[in-house]
Design a protein around this ligand. Structure first.
Ligand code: NAD
Length: 259
């Protein structure tokens, strides 16, 4: 397949589900080789098989974004299979809501580990590969509007995503001299499997006022996002059209934060 991302190899963490899976399909449709890096190897492999069966280029690798050795191995495998790495999407994430006074050290650490430490490690290991290739390359981070305003039901998640915005800015400064750009996007409410568990958990702790239906009700454009709504921005940030942009977070939230 040829398109705006032809000859680019792009790793998407959390690529087996939701936003990540939509990005993977979109990248493959634009001619990229999409590498699906996920804890869920079975789901990642099934998506890679689907893309290859329809004439695209993709492969799967099991990666835990909180484990540096696993992340480095995922990048090494990608380079062995496909020759190089052009963009790295730090997209894996999770949430586990708690009322503010009930937040435990374990809850805080888990959420920061997956959503924030995972982005730090992924950025470091991708950048090492970009520099080894001679520079250039793109890191793209999935932040959230939750990183721009706090939420009573999931303060650690909001803090973790605020940290992702900050890490994006710091990495943009750190690696510009190598021609590497670091950007991100901040979705609002996206209809993905993440919400199935989140809604159940919110109900269980008496915080249903922050559930999918309620959060979707205040969106200016009148509906939550589908994962496919994220894809054009992902393609833009992965491709050469965004070459002169770095350190930026693009909101994709239908006007939610204005309401
Ligand atoms: P999802 O639950 O559908 O997919 C998340 C994927 O990440 C899963 O495939 C899961 O296996 C993988 N994953 C989780 N922990 C991992 C780890 N340690 N290592 C590797 N993979 C891991 O979720 P989604 O809604 O598609 O979310 C994707 C990203 O978008 C997350 O960073 C999330 O915080 C962010 N986000 C989502 C929304 C939304 O409304 N859905 C809004 C804003 C931001």
């Amino acid at each position: 397949m040829t398109g705006r991302l032809t000859n680019r190899t792009i790793i998407v963490t959390g690529g087996a589900s939701g936003i990540g899976a939509a990005l993977v399909r979109g990248f493959a449709a634009e001619g990229a080789t999409a590498v699906i890096a996920d804890l869920n190897l079975e789901g990642a492999q099934a998506l890679a098989d689907e893309i290859v069966a329809t004439g695209g280029s993709a492969s799967a690798v099991r990666v835990d974004v909180t484990d540096r050795a696993s992340v480095a191995a995922g990048i090494a495998t990608t380079v062995e299979r496909h020759g190089r790495l052009d963009a790295y999407f730090n997209n894996a994430g999770m949430n586990a809501p708690m009322k503010y006074l009930d937040i435990t050290e374990d809850n805080f650490e888990l959420i920061m580990k997956v959503n924030t430490l995972g982005v730090l490690i992924g950025t470091q290991e991708a950048v090492r590969q970009f520099i080894a290739q001679g520079g250039g390359g793109k890191v793209v981070n999935t932040a959230s509007i939750a990183g721009r305003q706090g939420f009573s039901s999931f303060a650690p998640y909001s803090a973790a995503k605020a940290a992702v915005i900050s890490l994006t800015q710091s990495a943009a400064r750190a690696f510009a001299e190598h021609g590497i750009t670091v950007n991100g996007f901040a979705p609002g409410v996206v209809a993905t499997p993440l919400w199935d568990k989140l809604d159940r958990d919110l109900e269980a702790i008496g915080e249903a006022h922050n559930n999918f239906a309620s959060m979707s009700s205040g969106i200016l454009l009148g509906r939550p996002a589908d994962p496919e709504d994220i894809v054009p921005t992902g393609i833009f940030l992965a491709g050469s059209d965004s070459d002169y942009i770095t350190g930026q977070i693009i909101p994709i939230e239908g006007g939610m934060i204005l309401v």
